[in-house]
Write a protein that binds this ligand. Structure first.
Ligand code: 5GP
Length: 206
């Protein structure tokens, strides 16, 4: 019998270009995982190869602002001039069904989740060096040079808030980083505060 049937909400942040998306994909390929991905909504244009409903729900500013009015987001933020937000309904449904929900969001949004769902686990991914991040963003080639600069500046501010997270994971190697995140999730499930009530009930402890 599982001691903790509710899934864990895992919030992953880190500067643009650090490799969050690639780590997430590696994580989803790990054996026996029970992960599901919280697909965000954004007003940014799709990059080549990105699919609506898979990578993001791509919407207009008007649609996004309507959803804000209707309270449809667990959190939302503006990042380099575009809106990004987490649809709330999906998250709750998946957690209740026992799935581990993985969110990949920037820092302002993560801080909102900390307020609303303090029992979530917060992981901040850092590059092995500043230069690596810059090189990755340039090599990725998905943004224009001016946007790369903006993303680098944003990263500088984000590093300053990393202390608010529960864990820091260095992305020196994709598999290593994904392994460490999986280990964190397992350890979090074993935490006394997450499982003690169920255990006591099981053993008839008053
Ligand atoms: P990108 O444009 O590179 O896909 O994402 C830009 C930033 O927005 C990344 O740091 C990404 O993690 C973050 N992001 C993606 N979805 C969300 C979301 O739903 N909420 C917030 N706050 N940030 C998000």
């Amino acid at each position: 019998m599982k001691l903790n049937e509710r899934g864990l909400l895992v919030v992953i942040s880190g500067p643009s270009g650090v490799g969050k998306g690639t780590i997430r994909k590696a994580l989803f390929e790990m054996p026996d995982n029970n992960f599901c991905y919280s697909v965000s909504m954004t007003t940014r244009k799709p990059r080549e190869g990105e699919k609506d409903g898979v990578d993001y729900f791509f919407v207009s500013r008007e649609e996004f602002e309507k959803k804000i009015q209707e309270n449809k987001f667990l959190e939302f933020a503006e990042f380099v001039g575009e809106y990004y937000g987490t649809p709330v309904d999906y998250i709750e449904k998946q957690l209740t069904s026992g799935k581990e929900v993985i969110m990949e969001i920037e820092v302002q949004g993560a801080l909102q989740v900390q307020e609303k769902m303090p029992d979530a686990v917060f992981i901040f991914i850092v590059p092995p060096s500043k230069q690596v991040l810059y090189d990755r963003l340039i090599k990725r080639g998905t943004e224009q040079v001016k946007d790369v600069e903006k993303r680098i500046q944003k990263a500088e501010r984000e590093y300053g808030l990393a202390y608010k997270y529960d864990y820091i994971v260095v992305n020196d190697d994709i598999e290593n980083a994904a392994d460490r995140i999986y280990a964190i999730i397992r350890a979090e499930h074993a935490k006394t505060e997450r499982s003690i009530h169920k255990y006591h009930k099981l053993m008839g402890v008053k």
